[in-house]
Design a protein around this ligand. Sequence first.
Ligand code: SAM
Ligand code: SF4
Length: 380
Amino acid sequence: MTRSAAITRQEAISFGNTQGPDLQALCDAAAQLRDRHWGEIITYSRKVFIPLTNMCRDDCGYCTFVKTPESGEAELLTPVQVMTTLLQGQQSGCKEALFSLGEKPEQRYQLARDLLAAQGHNSMVGYLEQVCQMTLEQTSLLPHVNAGTLSKDELRRLKPVAASMGMMLENTSRRLLQKGLPHYACPDKVPVQRLRTLERAGQLDIPFTTGILIGIGETWEERIDSLLAINAIHQQYGHIQEVIVQNFRAKPGTAMAGQPEPTLDDMRRTLAVARLILDPSISLQAPPNLEERYGSYVSAGINDWGGISPLTRDFINPERAWPQIDSLRQGCAGLGYELQERLTVYPAYQQNSGRYLAQDIASRLPQMAAANGLAAQQCQ
Ligand SMILES: C[S@@+](CC[C@H](N)C(=O)[O-])C[C@H]1O[C@@H](n2cnc3c(N)ncnc32)[C@H](O)[C@@H]1O
Ligand code: SF4
């Protein structure tokens, strides 16, 4: 399943300033590798987004998802609120319930402790486990958990109720923890904690999504080293089903509001190098709603757009609407690729369900998946 990278660290570093025809040649090499391993299909997952809580013990300098109790906007969704959205999603043909949330807010805020206690819990992970279980019992959706750093016990607790999980590595640079940089005062963005979470997920055979956030003050070398770290962990455990290259978007009201955003060339260069560094069996994903000219990601080697909701907004980037699935389909077709809906568990991991999936989740997949492992019912 795993192989070493198509390019070395030194080669990857040498592409840092590649532009013009050289950048095009780099993208062509990445696109050819993608075509060999993924064919002429670009996938997406039809999902509903459940921001279970927007309280968080961290203070990432780029994040507007997070809200403090003082803002009056902090919340913990109740099971009734969660179920309402899940059922709407199910009706709209969604197959994935993405639970994305702030990290360990109960360790920082009395409000979080009080709201959790009202639900009969003293930890976010306990409550998350309950709502994932509820999702499995009362809907046809498969939970995907994006809850940041997790201990081995927490991952073990969530595996029976989550089809897959994810956590952006962001970057392995410890420099970004310094005062004035985006991960200052963020215990969950300490690189070793993120890397340990990736390793623990590998030890527990959890189909996992990770990725890098680009444009947050990291150097090109630090970006390359982050991709190499992800690939090395995958080579050891084999559980990284997809890697996201996400471009930082500057948000008013955040510490990074005035910072420049990555250019399209920077995104294409990073995507192409990621495709050449990572094991080709790892899906390469970039979000289409954070860049107007997202079609050029296809020519830089991506094979997936990630989760797209026909229903809920992107709570992390609420000002950036997801493209209509129809226009995404047309955009892909114009480039010679077919848009197809996948499940949150990629085909290779479904084929090895005894290892990667709890029995309760594995038993649902044959009805949901076509022979090729993508979604049986392709919503139009
Ligand atoms: C909102 S967090 C929720 C999960 C968890 N708290 C964590 O940080 O891993 C999900 C992801 O949103 C992304 N994100 C937050 N603010 C962003 C921004 N301004 N631009 C692009 N991505 C952003 C980060 O990469 C982060 O990993
Ligand atoms: S990105 Fe995640 S960890 Fe950072 S503040 Fe936002 S919710 Fe918290």
